[in-house]
Write a protein that binds this ligand. Structure first.
Ligand code: G
Ligand code: G
Ligand code: MN
Ligand code: NA
Length: 255
């Protein structure tokens, strides 16, 4: 498989780049933070989106060094964005795949990066998926607790689309849910979907969890979610994921 052999080389040659998609406070319209999203600058294929290589990287184990690369660069970007806009208390969200999270020493590596970069732990959100919480793995629970004890925030990505049951919410302490785009898409056209989203937002409030709605593409989506007191949102209505310099310009225009 071509991509797999190229991936090794890509790590050695620093051929990855992060784009940053803003997360917006829906009540005020102000920037809350960014989600770091990796792309691969392939010499022949151009900019390769993560869906085409993250799974391969997981299968061959390269996700661990790649994930470390993403974490280090996202933390560095958070430090510089926060120093450019000190009043905004910007956060940085980083996607962490299951194999990466389970790799020995993951929590310690994250905490060491934060300390070396001098980024407050509370400025980092780790996005995990429901699949990490399937089963009852004590190591995972202990690692999540250790991250949160240090002040790192934990968010459940693609919330509502996994196969796991809601029962994990009472066992696993997390800070936020990212409401999957599929809920947002039909919030304006389906009354049942609207009611379901309202229920999820209420559930989150009861459990003291923040909600970030993904895939907000229209003003109608934004307004409905803001009316339901969904705290935060992300989507093409605000902007697509941006290269670092464009993210700075977006902040300048928005903050
Ligand atoms: O940016 P884009 O919409 O193409 O991202 C597609 C998917 O790739 C998203 O589900 C996102 O979670 C995942 N992804 C993006 N960057 C990373 C990363 O650095 N690590 C992991 N594990 N997944 C990522
Ligand atoms: O699974 P995860 O939440 O990490 O996925 C984030 C992905 O969703 C990014 O790749 C980003 O490009 C994509 N995305 C973000 N906002 C929108 C949107 O408004 N519409 C669509 N179609 N995709 C979006
Ligand atoms: Mn994500
Ligand atoms: Na998602």
């Amino acid at each position: 498989m071509r991509l797999r052999t190229d991936l090794d080389q890509a790590l050695a040659t620093d051929a990855f780049v992060l784009h940053y998609q803003p997360i917006v406070d829906l009540a005020t319209g102000r920037p809350h933070g960014f989600e770091a999203l990796v792309r691969w600058q392939h010499p022949a294929l151009g900019l390769v989106p993560p869906l085409e290589f993250i799974e391969i990287a997981e299968e061959c184990g390269l996700i661990v060094p790649l994930g470390d690369w993403v974490m280090r660069h996202a933390i560095a970007a958070a430090v510089s964005l926060r120093s450019l806009y000190p009043a905004e208390s910007l956060t940085m969200s980083v996607n962490v795949s299951v194999r990466q999270f389970r790799s020995p020493g993951f929590v310690q590596r994250v905490l060491t990066e934060l300390a070396q970069a001098d980024l407050p732990c509370g400025a980092l959100t780790v996005e995990i998926t429901e699949s990490l919480l399937l089963g009852d793995d004590e190591h995972i629970h202990a690692d999540l607790a250790a991250l949160r004890a240090a002040g790192v925030r934990v968010s459940i990505d693609d919330f509502g689309t996994g196969y796991s049951s809601l029962s994990y919410l009472h066992r696993v302490a997390v800070d936020a849910l990212k409401l999957d785009k599929s809920f947002v898409d039909t919030i304006g056209s389906s009354r049942r979907q609207y009611d379901l989203v309202r229920g999820i937002v209420q559930l989150a409030r009861t459990l003291d969890l923040e909600v970030v709605a993904e895939g907000i593409e229209t003003e109608a989506h934004r307004k409905r979610l803001a009316d339901l007191h969904c705290g935060y949102g992300q989507g093409y209505l605000f902007t697509r994921p941006l290269p670092y310099a464009a993210a700075v310009e977006w902040l300048q225009a928005t903050s």
